[in-house]
Write a protein of this length. Structure first.
Length: 193
């Protein structure tokens, strides 16, 4: 923290390496959503970087200071999500199904994957689609997307992570539909070819 206060921005990387798992753990337990927890991790370390001058080692360790940020930001975000009905929608959809890129990639060949991905992009909001296109097709960072679109970094992150979550959901659904609609012999032949 002393190095960060002296303007050595690479000290933030050291703090991040040391404490990002702790911040993510706190946020994910409070928010019960990994995408939201990842957003909190980024927000916390950005705030730490911006407020480094306020840190006073006589009042507590850097670990405690970072944890306070994590708890406060997580509870604030949870209140916001509750007001927006985020948890009601999540509970209504039932338990989350485990789906990995390998599980939906195994059942689709390249042509089908491209078609499925195009279809999945149609399920995104305009902002989510635009954000993901800028990130993946043009290789822009969150800050560059912020500059290009005029949205805040928090909005860019929100559109990015919600878009990824929606894509994953659609791809998992397509994968399970494909598995259910093909015979075992057809699936084995498809995988071997």
């Amino acid at each position: 923290m002393a190095y960060l206060q002296q303007g050595h921005s690479d000290a933030l990387a050291q703090l991040f390496d040391r404490y990002h798992g702790l911040v993510f753990g706190v946020a994910s337990r409070i928010l019960r959503d990994n995408g939201e927890a990842e957003d909190i991790v980024q927000a916390v370390f950005l705030e730490i970087f911006q407020a480094a001058a306020q840190y006073d080692r006589l009042k507590g360790s850097a670990r405690i200071w970072i944890l306070q940020y994590a708890y406060h930001r997580s509870f604030n975000r949870r209140r916001y999500l509750i007001l927006r009905g985020f948890y009601e929608r999540a509970d209504a959809s039932g338990p989350l199904r485990e789906c990995t890129p390998a599980s939906y990639g195994e059942s689709l060949d390249r042509v089908e994957t491209a078609k499925t991905l195009q279809e999945a992009f149609r399920h995104l909001t305009k902002a989510q689609r635009h954000t993901l296109e800028l990130a993946f097709y043009e290789g822009l960072t969150m800050r560059e997307i912020e500059q290009r679109t005029g949205w805040s970094v928090d909005n860019v992150k929100h559109h990015y992570y919600r878009g990824l979550e929606k894509l994953r959901s659609v791809l998992c659904e397509k994968s399970s539909d494909r598995s259910l609609n093909s015979s075992p012999g057809e699936f084995v032949t498809h995988v071997q070819s």
